[in-house]
Design a protein around this ligand. Structure first.
Ligand SMILES: [Fe+2]
Length: 216
């Protein structure tokens, strides 16, 4: 085993991946995408050639790859496939600083929401891929499961929209984060309005029961 190779992840009779490795985007706008991910994730270019560029921001060789393939077509709005990819920051301040840095650069989220398990800012890259920058609001997976069990998540699987500037100001002024980041309970008829406008235009949701659990 070479240095740094992930340990085997066998558990009982299950052999599982050791980690989630990377995401590859194919695009007709490689330079725009490379610039966007370098900026948003503060990533470095590990390798670049005429076909592919590898970007990383940690000890993985590449977390994001931008591939240029011949014959690509634009994806129709509301196409099936990946909904979004999420990146977790190590602290609220890290997420909030990133929000401020990007806002100063003219990059603003299309959706800012308290999901309950996470506080999440959603962005669209130049190809309209959706990228979630988030913080976990609970200590670990067990605490998150506990939150799911005791929350109104089965009624509201979406979350509650937040005003990012307001919550950042209140956080920095010393408000208790536990209270500030606690997801409020809202009326069932208010739930659909918490959703973002998709890149193809507003969804035609009629009632909260049209929302499927698992959106997050
Ligand atoms: Fe998510």
């Amino acid at each position: 085993m070479s240095k740094g190779e992930p340990q085997s992840s066998q558990e009982g009779d299950k052999v599982r991946p050791a980690k989630l490795a990377h995401i590859v985007f194919r695009t007709n706008r490689p330079q725009e995408l490379i610039a966007w991910y370098r900026n948003v994730l503060q990533a470095e270019v590990a390798l670049a050639n005429d076909m592919v560029s590898f970007l990383t921001y940690d000890d993985e060789h590449h977390r994001i790859a931008i591939a240029m393939l011949p014959g690509l077509v634009e994806r129709p709005a509301m196409a099936v496939g990946v909904e979004h990819v999420a990146f977790t920051y190590g602290s609220a301040e890290d997420l909030f600083q990133t929000y401020g840095r990007l806002k100063a650069d003219g990059i603003e989220p299309y959706w800012t929401v308290n999901h309950g398990p996470t506080l999440s800012f959603y962005y669209r890259d130049p190809d309209l891929n959706q990228i979630e920058l988030q913080i976990d609001l609970h200590g670990d997976a067990a605490e998150t499961n506990e939150w799911f069990e005791h929350s109104d998540f089965s009624v509201n699987p979406i979350g509650v929209r937040i005003d990012a500037d307001d919550i950042i100001r209140r956080y920095r002024s010393g408000e208790n984060p536990e209270q500030l980041f606690a997801r409020p309970v809202i009326a069932p008829e208010e739930i659909a309005a918490q959703l973002p406008v998709p890149d193809g235009g507003p969804l035609s949701l009629k009632t909260p029961s049209d929302l499927s659990v698992g959106n997050h």
